[in-house]
Design a protein around this ligand. Structure first.
Ligand code: 6PG
Length: 245
């Protein structure tokens, strides 16, 4: 498990504020050095507060959103206006409030009946990113959450996406949820310049303990397959960190 920095904050507000500051810093660095910034946003609930803080006028004004490309790490099999949609959450909390040009927001078509076609469609959009190692698209930053079963993005335990090293985006049927998901695959996740994990709440404390200290190097959980060439930053609240010293 690649760990470059683990920061623990009193609560979700402290975690989100620090994560938002980190995001602003990385965008500004990338824009200075490369003129553009590409990020894959995380879904679920934890990132919502961070996105809301980024949308705050004062903080948002520190980013030239016209030069930011927004992608998603994964998506549920729901339409874009469904409250369960990761795209919907990001729009409500952030994208509807900042000036990212619409053509630079790349949504996964979770609503398509043919999830595999949706995965192929999204992989084509990834080709717009600069390739790096062996032509794998390279994000400047990928945001990820962590499920209490050790999943991240939609890399769920015992699913075939964990062995998919060919595709950039895959459709994965998640038995425990009885639904299809779309997700970036490990080659893309591991090719990011930087990854940031946002993990909050008591319900994540045991998986955090197992993932960071508890499996003697074995890779029991999907998140432990995240071994990027870039740096990995963990933003935790004290509840999620209360079983790790
Ligand atoms: C999703 C996410 C998923 C999420 C974790 C944590 O679509 O649900 O991509 O990987 O990040 O399940 O979710 P919470 O932040 O809601 O705990």
């Amino acid at each position: 498990m690649a760990i470059n920095g683990v920061q623990v904050f009193d609560n979700i507000d402290g975690l989100s504020g620090a994560a938002a500051e980190f995001f602003v810093t990385r965008v500004r660095q990338a824009l200075t050095r490369r003129g553009m910034f590409s990020v894959a946003l995380a879904g679920g609930n934890t990132p919502r507060r961070m996105y809301e803080l980024l949308a705050d006028k004062k903080m948002a004004s520190r980013i030239d959103w016209r030069r930011v490309c927004i992608f998603f790490g994964d998506e549920r099999s729901v339409p874009p206006d469904d409250p369960q949609s990761n795209y919907h959450m990001a729009c409500e909390a952030l994208l509807n409030h900042v000036g990212v040009p619409k053509p630079q927001i790349f949504r996964m078509h979770g609503e398509w009946d043919d999830s595999k076609a949706a995965a192929r469609d999204y992989a084509e959009h990834l080709e717009e990113l600069p390739p790096s190692l062996a032509g794998v698209p390279e994000f400047d930053l990928i945001l990820l959450g962590l499920g209490d079963d050790g999943h991240t993005a939609s890399l769920f335990p015992d699913t075939d996406i964990l062995n998919n090293t060919q595709d950039r985006v895959a459709a994965v049927f998640v038995d425990k949820l009885n639904t299809w998901r779309l997700s970036l695959t490990l080659p893309v996740l591991n090719n990011a310049r930087e990854l940031m994990f946002l993990v909050a709440g008591e319900s994540k404390s045991e998986i955090m303990r197992k993932v960071l200290v508890g499996t003697n190097g074995s890779k029991q959980y999907p998140v432990q397959l995240i071994e990027p060439r870039g740096t990995v930053h963990w933003f935790l609240d004290s509840a999620a960190a209360n079983r790790i010293t």
